[in-house]
Design a protein around this ligand. Structure first.
Ligand SMILES: Nc1ncnc2c1ncn2[C@@H]1O[C@H](COP(=O)(O)OP(=O)(O)OP(=O)(O)O)[C@@H](O)[C@H]1O
Ligand SMILES: [Mg+2]
Length: 218
């Protein structure tokens, strides 16, 4: 397939038989689907995801509102069949291979080990300033040199508590800075977002299965 069809051209408020497609090569670029509410943005994205899936291309979708959930059941509604007939598009309802992921255990949990995430990103997540970030990096390096695996935020907290009590173990480590990081970690642990970090880690091949539509519940 060279292009995916996103719909029919509308002229004078009425759909024509003329198809509107996107060259599949252009889908590696950024795109923007815009329009006021109810104009069909989500449907347009669904249609794109489904055609990519049919073509064996894996898709990753971030679902903010729960409206990316209808891939598995074929749409048998008579209205849809009628509309497709009106547009002159052959209509064969089908189901798609979809995987549903979430942070936490609502669906398949998306998790990654904390030490697989760059310390700079962890500092951003914890809203740290530059000095605190450099302390965080010191703690990461200390844990690595000791062979301690930082699976999750709780493991990082334990490392910071240890270094606060034994600052000589990691030259340059500041207890004052660690106190701030620990406070931020406690806020983070209370938010439920800490479920993002831990094992088993999601691996890229999990999302690259041929034609899979991967929906992440946000
Ligand atoms: N191409 C289409 N063919 C048939 N019906 C459509 C199409 N696009 C949208 N609709 C209908 O319009 C409704 C709203 O579309 P959709 O949810 O995609 O809008 P939206 O732009 O994402 O809205 P919101 O901003 O509220 O998320 C759909 O539930 C569907 O009934
Ligand atoms: Mg929408």
């Amino acid at each position: 397939m060279d292009e995916i069809i996103i719909g029919n051209l509308v002229k004078g408020g009425k759909p024509t038989k003329e198809k509107v497609g996107i060259n599949i090569r252009n889908l590696v670029l950024h795109g923007l689907v815009s329009g006021s509410t109810g104009t069909g943005k989500s449907k347009a994205l669904q249609v794109m995801a489904e055609q990519l899936s049919e073509d064996g291309v894996p898709v990753l979708l971030a679902d903010l509102k729960g409206d990316m959930s209808g891939f598995i059941n074929p749409n048998l509604s008579p209205d849809s069949a009628l509309r497709m007939k009106g547009m002159g598009v052959p209509y064969k309802p089908s189901s798609f291979k979809a995987n549903f992921f979430s942070v936490g255990t609502k669906f398949v949990p998306i998790r990654m080990r904390l030490d697989q995430v760059d310390a700079t990103l962890v500092a951003k997540i914890l809203s740290l300033n530059q000095i605190q970030e450099s302390n965080l990096k010191t703690a990461f390096m200390y844990a690595k040199s000791e062979g301690n695996e930082l699976y999750d935020m709780a493991a990082l907290r334990d490392t910071l508590v240890y270094l606060s009590k034994n600052p000589s173990a990691a030259p340059g480590f500041s207890k004052a800075s660690a106190d701030v990081i620990l406070r931020q970690i406690n806020v983070f642990l209370g938010s439920g977002l800490d479920e993002l970090f831990g094992e088993p880690s999601i691996e890229l091949p999990d999302l690259l299965k041929s034609g899979a539509i991967n929906v992440v519940d946000l």
